[in-house]
Design a protein around this ligand. Structure first.
Ligand code: DC
Length: 223
């Protein structure tokens, strides 16, 4: 049977990854978190002391960046940078900003695109990101644009970060979300926008379970 691809795009903190993970587990798809790949490039820049706004510096770094992805025994995606598992480190607020900054460079996007498309060629995937339905997998069987208000997204992300013991405030998280919304949607290269054939899903007033149920209904119907 041919591999099936499902694309979930949307702004930061809309719940794409938790929802995609749950749906992937139910239908035995591989969940591919493309944001984690941008975060890993951002981390490589931090290690090398290259500012994320230094476009030439970031591009010069790419040939020496060795990124790998693997899945642990419970199917959770892990990111490796030069063989080291950096899956936790890439989640800090600083890494979020770095990821958003470096993702604006077309050279960085091209660097990661092959890896993303190869996953979809070899497996049935649910892939989340910003440009999956528009650029990476334009032929995806189902495209969902998952969104929520900035305030609702900030609340959720804040709770998540607190649970992980990270030291931050709701104001700081909301500021980061606004920064990334603006930058991810206004950049020239593969900006965040719904694909024309995507289904819009606003999760502001939905619980996690309700959102998963709606996505599952779409999977049953279309994929
Ligand atoms: O999904 P995330 O918040 O982990 O993504 C981190 C950043 O990476 C996000 O601000 C924009 C960028 N990104 C992107 O440009 N394209 C993708 N497909 C995924 C993420």
């Amino acid at each position: 049977m041919k591999n099936v691809s499902i694309a979930i795009d949307g702004p930061s903190g809309a719940g794409k990854s938790t929802v995609a993970r749950a749906v992937a587990a139910k239908y035995k798809f591989i969940y591919v978190d493309t944001g984690a790949m941008y975060r890993t490039i951002g981390l490589a820049a931090q290690y090398a002391d290259v500012d994320s706004k230094d476009k030439e510096g970031i591009i010069a770094l790419l040939p020496s960046v060795k990124i790998d992805m693997c899945y642990d025994e419970s199917g959770v995606q892990r990111m490796l940078l030069d063989g080291k598992d950096v899956s936790t480190e890439i989640r800090t607020p600083r890494s979020s900003i770095y990821a958003s900054d470096v993702s604006a460079y077309p050279e960085v996007r091209a660097f990661l695109m092959d890896m993303q498309r190869n996953m979809a060629k070899n497996y049935s995937v649910i892939m989340d990101g910003r440009d999956i339905g528009t650029v990476v997998l334009p032929d995806a069987k189902l495209k969902i644009f998952l969104t929520a208000t900035a305030e609702a997204r900030a609340q959720r992300r804040y709770k998540e970060l607190c649970e992980k013991g990270m030291d931050t405030t709701l104001e700081e998280v909301l500021r980061d979300i606004h920064y990334r919304d603006e930058q991810d949607s206004s950049r020239a290269a593969a900006p965040l926008k719904p694909a024309e054939d995507s289904v819009m899903l606003d999760s502001t007033f939905l619980t996690f379970e309700e959102t998963v149920a709606k996505v599952c209904a779409l999977v049953e119907e279309k994929a």
